[in-house]
Ligand binder design. Structure first.
Ligand SMILES: [Zn+2]
Ligand SMILES: [Zn+2]
Length: 348
């Protein structure tokens, strides 16, 4: 049987093609019927050839929800018919790093970002998910696909970032970048009851939305404001207790350590295209703690619980919906950031 799928054809080009439906390969695999998937900024990075590991011809899509259709004999937690959210990371659960929760650094040959990069992903009606007990999380009853869609990727990232921040109640937290992952970071920081949550971005519409949705108490725009001065003014001259950098744009790394108070935690979640400068003489005595890296996506169960309780709800990020047959138009809109798009949902 054949199905339609969005593939990374070659550098600069995605394509909608006919592909054979996937089947089980390993006993720990599951086959999932995708009910909703998203386009992620990482898919655009793949399109432009900026993800060297991405295999030409691979079906893209690493953020999706669906229903388990079939499981291998080694799958323990999942059964056909269960609704599940997919995890961007494939991890074995048994290696040195997995056992310590650092699943991003799983040393299994199939570990890491595999789905929609090295192996076929979820921008298709059916997808094979390896290590299914780790890579899929059951969705509690009553949670819509739109609420659950971002659990395994951008929300996992925001939730993980907030956890790194060592945020205490009443702290001032600044988040640089109010794109989809920035929004997820803001809503996850809210779980730690900060006293003041500051969103920083150059896009006024996104700042306005962050404020409207209660994700930020204050918004600052570097194009029109002296952000360093403003943050100091809001904190009796000290600076923010925790700074999150979610946007890898020029100048954001420098801004991050500048607006941090002495002894602050600075979390660099952003993916930079270029090396960044750490000017140690300028920050000597500031005694900052830097934390960097990519998400350890092993908290999907907690995230879904918080969605169930109404403490997290990223569904407003979906501004546009397309059928899979119109996926190329969806890519076009998402890449050009037209029509106020934040996230696009694809319905297979
Ligand atoms: Zn992604
Ligand atoms: Zn592992």
């Amino acid at each position: 049987m054949c199905m339609q799928a969005v593939i990374f054809k070659e550098k600069g080009q995605m394509a909608l093609v006919e592909k054979p439906e996937p089947g089980l390969i390993d006993e720990k695999d599951a086959i999932v019927r995708v009910t909703l998937s998203s386009i992620c900024q990482s898919d655009i990075h793949i399109k432009h050839g900026n993800v060297p590991r991405a295999v030409p011809g691979v079906t893209v899509g690493h953020e999706f929800v669906g229903v388990v259709e079939q499981v291998g004999s080694g799958v323990q937690k999942l059964r056909p018919g269960m609704r599940v959210a997919a995890n961007v990371e494939t991890f074995c659960g048994e290696c040195f790093f997995c056992k310590r929760g650092f699943v991003n650094n799983c040393t299994h040959q199939h570990g890491g970002w595999a789905l929609g990069c090295r192996i076929d992903g979820g921008q298709a009606p059916l997808v094979r998910v390896p290590f299914a007990d780790n890579g899929l999380t059951p969705i509690p009853e009553g949670i819509s696909d739109e609420k659950a869609l971002f659990t395994g990727d951008i929300l996992a990232t925001g939730y993980w970032a907030a956890g790194l921040g060592e945020i205490s109640p009443a702290d001032t937290v600044a988040v640089i970048g109010a794109g989809p992952t920035g929004m997820c970071t803001l809503m996850s920081c809210r779980l730690y009851s900060p006293g003041l949550l500051i969103a920083i971005d150059t896009n006024e519409d996104r700042l306005k939305l962050a404020k409207e949705k209660g994700l930020a108490d204050v918004t600052l725009n570097p194009l029109t404001q002296d952000v360093e001065q403003e943050v100091k003014a809001l904190t009796q001259g000290r600076g923010a207790d925790t700074v999150m950098v979610v946007a890898g744009a020029k100048g954001t790394f420098e801004l991050a350590w500048r607006i941090a108070r002495p002894n602050a935690v600075v979390c660099v979640v952003a993916l930079y295209d270029e090396p960044q400068i750490l000017p140690l003489p300028d920050m000597y005595g500031k005694n900052l703690t830097f934390k960097t890296g990519g998400v350890d996506g092993n908290k999907c169960e907690q995230i879904l619980k918080l969605i169930e309780m109404g403490r997290l709800d990223p569904s407003f990020l979906i501004t546009h919906r397309y059928g899979l047959k119109d996926a190329m138009a969806a890519y076009d809109l998402f890449e050009k950031k037209e029509d106020g798009v934040i996230k696009v949902a694809l319905v297979p």
